[in-house]
Design a protein around this ligand. Structure first.
Ligand code: SF4
Ligand code: MG
Length: 324
């Protein structure tokens, strides 16, 4: 490794609300420095809220109602105002699904990256231009001099994502938050970008939170996986255990969808989990009880506490003994 950028991230008992609606409840999660944790769940599970809260980059209207977030030795949840704005710039970088929204349409891409080096790292103008070109090379762009002079609209979707990744790295982020950045790309380009981020993650010791609903992406990039449902963390484990020994019924259902989707011929309908995720907040009891094939009477009234099954494996379900 050239240098190690990533910091450990510790989330403890975190709750986040939009108005009266709790998008996230009492989530605890540790991300070791220099590793990738995939945040998995259907839309509305709280995975984006959790990732954005980890960088304290939640949208306006979101409120942290409990718990704490620590990135490296900075407790982000203890900061506000100017101290928070300053800390944000030093901690998290964000890769969005829509790369074009993150780029200035009327500025050449080389200049945009150079500006980060000038403002963030205090580089002079000439040095910043050199660093920007090197950054483009680093993300696999073979003709950085030509690409640096282009405007964002002249780039393909995959090239735009590469430029955004170069820009994110220019921030020297302690934490990289990736919000399904490859979803809009075609399969070949998606594989290239995943390979690129994996390489950069190892090379720079990045700490990554990768939001996805795609288990093939999880298999490709994750060291650990956090599965969310109805704003709760339902299972957290290393990636091998996920695929070989997941214990939560919801995780099992997600894996079944993934396996049947992968094995199905093009004309076969994909298996989906019957029912839909809770809307407007989780019901009492286990958040998954309205859809769970194993639910018993207790599941509708008592919230299952997370149980540690192994050093790297936690699951929250009353009936773990039944699942394997
Ligand atoms: Fe299913 Fe009950 Fe376990 Fe929830 S606690 S996942 S409803 S068995
Ligand atoms: Mg989302």
């Amino acid at each position: 490794a050239v240098r190690s950028l990533g910091s450990e991230v510790t989330i403890d008992g975190l709750s986040v609300a939009y108005g009266d609606f709790h998008a996230l409840r009492d989530v605890s999660l540790q991300v070791p420095a220099g590793t990738t944790t995939a945040l998995v769940g259907e839309s509305g599970s709280g995975k984006s809220t959790l990732a954005l809260a980890a960088g304290r980059i939640l949208p306006a209207g979101a409120r942290i109602t409990g718990g704490s977030v620590r990135v490296g030795d900075v407790e982000l949840t203890a900061l506000d105002g100017r101290a928070l704005r300053a800390a944000r710039g030093r901690t998290a970088a964000y890769l969005a699904q829509d790369a074009s929204a993150a780029l200035n349409p009327v500025m050449r891409v080389g200049r945009q990256i150079a500006e980060v080096h000038q403002v963030r790292n205090g580089a002079g103008r000439a040095e910043a231009a050199v660093l920007a070109r090197r950054g483009l090379e680093d993300v696999g762009i073979s003709d950085p001099d030509r690409v640096a002079r282009l405007y964002p609209h002249a780039l393909s979707g995959g090239m735009r994502q590469r430029v955004i990744i170069a820009m994110a790295l220019a921030f020297h982020p302690q934490l990289l938050i990736a919000d399904e950045p490859t979803t809009a790309l075609d399969v070949t380009v998606q594989a290239e970008i995943l390979g690129l981020v994996s390489r950069l993650q190892q090379e720079y010791g990045l700490t990554v939170l990768w939001i996805t609903h795609d288990m093939s992406v999880v298999a490709e990039i994750a060291d650990h996986v956090a599965v969310l449902y109805g704003g709760r963390l339902v299972e957290h484990t290393d990636v091998l255990t996920l695929f070989e020994g997941a214990r939560h019924p919801y995780t099992e259902a997600l894996l079944q969808c993934f396996r049947s989707g992968r094995d199905a011929g093009p004309k076969e309908p994909f298996t989906t989990i019957s029912g839909s995720p809770p809307v407007g907040g989780a019901p009492p009891g286990c958040p998954f009880h309205t859809r769970c094939p194993l639910a018993d009477s207790r599941c509708g009234t008592d919230l299952p506490e997370p149980r540690r099954l192994a050093a790297d494996h936690v699951a929250a379900c009353h009936r773990l003994e039944v699942v394997r």
